[in-house]
Design a protein around this ligand. Structure first.
Ligand code: C5P
Length: 218
């Protein structure tokens, strides 16, 4: 029997990671945050002073990154970098290197290796289209750019950090545009993906919707 996969794709700051992790926990499935792999590659490049257009060196790094997902944290070479990879500059770097075909190819098998029993919930940009085209359930999870900017703004303020709503909105729109316009694995809703617009939904409502769709399939 093939191991079930729930693939949740969508734009940045849509809340797909939060929803995917909760769905995984409710089902007792593994969880893969694929964006973290792109962010880790970007962080590694920064630490190792690899230029963001050096495709060959970046692909090599992506292939061999000493990564671990453990205790809900992300580790690089034994160091907890969960906070570091969330920095905006790393997100922008991730978005740049994610446009390089050799980097995407290097991460492909690494992502597929997370498909293990009893099942996998994963989120990203091309989980349903490229990495797991035979996923049991494909979802395109989104929210308006204004709502996403507002959520990220509140997150930062709650953490005691300074934030500028307009700047966040501009960054989100710039990242959306780059992710959607790139020739390899562009961000878009696949014809066989269900659309989940969370602009007006709570996290719980979004989680229940995904679980309901999944239960109706199995
Ligand atoms: O989802 P997150 O914002 O952490 O992803 C960071 C960047 O990595 C995205 O802007 C996108 O360019 C890239 N990414 C990707 N494909 C994925 C996951 C992330 O291209 N499956």
């Amino acid at each position: 029997m093939t191991v079930p996969v729930i693939a949740i794709d969508g734009p940045s700051a849509s809340g797909k990671g939060t929803v995917a992790a909760l769905v995984a926990s409710r089902l007792g499935f593994h969880y893969l945050d694929s964006g973290a792999l792109y962010r880790l590659t970007a962080l590694y490049a920064r630490l190792d002073e690899i230029e963001l257009d050096d495709e060959e060196a970046l692909a090599e790094a992506a292939l061999t990154l000493p990564v671990e997902f453990r205790d809900s944290q992300v580790w690089l070479a034994g160091e907890d970098v969960s906070e570091e990879i969330r920095a905006e500059v790393i997100g922008m770097g991730a978005s740049k290197i994610a446009a390089l075909p050799a980097v995407r190819a290097a991460l492909l098998e690494r992502q597929r290796a997370f498909r293990q029993a009893p099942g996998l919930v994963t989120d990203g940009r091309d989980m349903g289209s490229v990495v797991f085209p035979d996923a049991t359930l494909k979802i395109f999870l989104t929210a308006s750019a204004e709502e996403r900017a507002d959520r990220r703004y509140k997150q930062l303020i709650n953490k005691g950090e300074s934030a500028n709503l307009q700047q966040i909105l501009d960054d989100i729109e710039a990242r959306d545009a780059r992710d959607a316009a790139r020739p390899v694995a562009p961000l878009r809703q696949e014809p066989d993906a269900k659309r989940l617009d969370t602009t007006e939904l709570t996290v719980d409502q979004a989680v229940e919707t995904v679980l309901g769709w999944y239960q109706s399939l199995v």
